[in-house]
Design a binder for this molecule. Structure first.
Ligand SMILES: [Zn+2]
Ligand SMILES: [Zn+2]
Length: 219
């Protein structure tokens, strides 16, 4: 029998939040209520590829220790949201996360596609996309210029603006700032965060991954 670990979004099921219960929540996030989910919390999970019920298998993973980083994130956010430009949506989502208390988050996956983990014992795994994608902002700059540190390690000289839909806010307002602050290496952390509500298409959220909307290659 064929066996492999499924990527988060290849597991779909009912949102575990009793107030939501959306039937097509994904293994990393519910697109209806926006809650971040661990795939094992989904009610009646189904494999998105073959529609069978996935089994839970044990595997060792790396986690971000967000509880330890929480005080640093709190004080950074208080200052950034006061001195910079944050939309109400972005501030409200971040405040809700911090108020609820941060939990350790798994940042590795048993997948072939992705950035391999450069740590002995974990080299057959890759990083979870929302751990490594924001690092891309820095590495793209470093590919462009050797002077990347002028942008990314001079927070007194740079004001960083980021724009996104509201479901991506926690990755940019909590998790990535926690990583940067955790390095204690004086990185530039977002100063202005524009988190916006979804644009709807015929009563559903526009979604590239779900094929809802009008796309340039189909127009
Ligand atoms: Zn939900
Ligand atoms: Zn399957």
């Amino acid at each position: 029998m064929f066996f492999s670990f499924l990527a988060d979004r290849y597991v779909a099921g009912t949102c575990p939040d009793p107030a939501c219960k959306y039937v097509d929540a994904r293994g990393d996030q519910c697109d209806k209520c926006g809650k971040l989910i661990n795939a094992v919390e989904l009610v009646e999970p189904k494999c998105q590829i073959c529609r069978s019920t996935p089994q839970i298998r044990k595997s060792e993973h790396l986690f971000l220790d967000l509880p330890t980083l929480s005080p640093d994130v709190q004080s950074w956010f208080q200052n950034s949201s006061k001195t910079g430009h944050w939309t109400n949506t972005a501030s409200a989502i971040t405040e809700a996360w911090l108020k609820k208390g941060l939990e350790a988050r798994c940042i590795t996956r048993d997948l072939k596609w992705g950035t391999p983990v450069p740590l002995e014992g974990y080299t057959d795994k890759v990083f979870y996309v929302w751990f490594d994608a924001p690092i891309g902002y820095i590495s793209i700059t470093a590919n462009y210029t050797d002077e990347w540190e002028k942008w990314w390690k001079q927070p007194d000289q740079v004001s960083l603006f980021q724009f996104m839909a509201k479901d991506n806010v926690p990755f940019h307002s909590v998790i990535f700032p926690a990583c940067l602050l955790g390095t204690q290496d004086n990185y530039t952390v977002v100063n202005n965060l524009s988190g916006i509500d979804y644009l709807n298409y015929e009563d559903s959220k526009f979604s590239k991954s779900r094929g809802i909307g009008v796309f340039g290659d189909h127009a």
